[in-house]
Write a protein that binds this ligand. Structure first.
Ligand code: I24
Ligand code: DGL
Length: 291
């Protein structure tokens, strides 16, 4: 009797009732469109994985916001994405990682990855002088999260940090190849140039777009480290360790959510990812205090 049951047993899946296996996705979130750099790297390194992406474009940028808001916004996004039963959450925004990673980790029962540790690990693996530079938004730099991550990996490392609040607007205005961009970058990185650093972590989703200019200013001895590549490697390692890598033959259908103008999001995402995307606009239910 039990043998028959085993023979016709339907394997458990997230949608066991229907008997149809639905692939569990990797949930990726960001303050806006910058996290698409991580998405593109995951699509390249892990082409079988289904991605759910949330860009909080209505409330970006997060960089200048108080920590309390960033924690609250990140919780809201994770609560939204968790409905889709993802297998992992990736916080692709450096500012949200710096401020909310531990909070989110303590609240969900699936692996949560940020963009700070992967970049920090790459820098520690590469530095010979033991001096590592970090640039990011005000939120990221003021949190001290990079120093903490780097020191945990290598207690004697010397860390030099600098907030560069002018860089995100340069990229978003599309003027990141202009003379104005070169002048701004040269001026804002001036305080870093006296240090014997040989690695500089681009601790913000947008800075890779300024990489050529940053490299020109810092000189050929400084290796730039961007987190998108390193984070996708980390996702791959963790999914492999937990035996959770996707095994499907067919190409996954990704899904994108954004809280702001869906047309603007779609234009940037399709341009950057080089393919058509399925987009769902999200309207937050805002409850005003006293209303
Ligand atoms: N790049 C970014 N953000 C923008 C932009 C850009 N506009 C042009 N480009 N706008 O980030 C942010 C504000 N928008 C977001 C959408 O909703 C409305 C508000 C850079 C990361 C992109 C992955 C230039 C641009 C582009 C496509 C690819 C790359 C890029 F249009 F730099
Ligand atoms: N995504 C943010 C980060 O990586 C940059 C844009 C913002 O300030 O929201 O820190």
């Amino acid at each position: 009797m039990s043998r028959g049951l085993i023979k016709y047993h339907v394997p458990l899946s997230t949608h066991a009732e229907s008997g149809v296996h639905v692939q569990q996705a990797i949930a990726v979130l960001d303050s806006g469109v910058g996290g698409l750099t991580v998405v593109r790297e995951v699509m390249r390194q892990l082409p079988r994985e289904k991605i759910l992406y949330f860009g909080d474009t209505a409330r970006a940028p997060y960089g200048p916001r108080p920590a309390e808001e960033i924690v609250r916004f990140t919780r809201e996004i994770v609560d939204y994405l968790i409905q889709y039963k993802p297998k992992m959450v990736v916080i692709a925004c450096n500012t949200a990682t710096a401020i909310a990673l531990e909070d989110i980790r303590s609240r969900v029962g699936i692996p949560v990855i940020g963009v700070i540790n992967p970049g920090a690990r790459a820098a520690i693996g590469r530095t010979k002088t033991g001096v590592v530079g970090v640039i990011g938004t005000e939120g990221t730099i003021n949190s001290g999260a990079y120093e903490q991550a780097l020191r945990q990996l290598s207690p004697l490392v010397r860390v030099v940090t600098k907030a560069c609040p002018n860089f995100v607007p340069l990229v978003e205005d599309g003027h990141y190849r202009s003379q104005d961009a070169r002048d701004t970058v040269a001026n804002d990185l001036l305080p870093l140039r006296g240090f014997p650093m040989d690695c500089l972590i681009l601790g913000c989703t947008h800075y890779p777009f300024l990489a050529d200019t940053i490299s020109e200013v810092m000189g050929p001895k400084v290796t730039l480290i961007s987190s998108a590549y390193e984070t996708a490697r980390e996702i791959s390692t963790i999914l492999h360790e937990k035996n959770m890598l996707a095994r499907n033959e067919e190409v996954p259908v990704h899904q994108f959510f954004c809280s702001g103008d869906p047309k603007k999001f779609q234009v940037i995402a399709q341009d950057w990812l080089g393919e058509q995307i399925r987009l769902t606009p999200v309207v937050w239910q805002v409850r005003r205090v006293g209303a």
